[in-house]
Design a protein around this ligand. Structure first.
Ligand code: SF4
Length: 109
């Protein structure tokens, strides 16, 4: 997380103070929200939040933006933190911006 703050360009969330490191080199920090939503999105099938999971989720995000894959971290994480996604209360999905590509049944797979 610290690396994300320091390396990603200043955007109101991250600081962009370390300009010699490319954002393309970052690996997403995996907390409980990224672990769960990463599985829902099919970015990983691993159950354990480990380095391999972080690399798999990052590889999937690199398909969307190879130069800055970790820019999605804040938005995805806040689906859990602010929007209350827990994968069990599916009423939350009705207003979720990623509902068309999300499969919360992956939680029990
Ligand atoms: S669609 Fe539902 S399960 Fe998927 S991230 Fe949104 S709230 Fe969570």
């Amino acid at each position: 997380m610290y690396l994300r703050w320091m390396v990603r360009p200043a955007d109101g969330i991250d600081l962009g103070l370390w300009k010699k490191v490319s954002p393309a080199q970052l690996v997403i920090p995996v907390d409980a929200h990224i672990q769960r939503i990463g599985r829902f999105l099919g970015f990983t099938s691993r159950k354990q939040a480990d380095w391999r999971m972080a690399r798999e989720i990052t590889a999937a995000l690199k398909k969307l933006d190879p130069d800055d894959p970790v820019k999605y971290d804040f938005s995805l994480c806040h689906l859990g933190i602010s929007e209350g996604c827990n994968g069990k209360d599916l009423t939350k999905c009705l207003s979720c911006p990623i509902r068309e590509v999300c499969d919360p049944s992956e939680e029990t797979a």
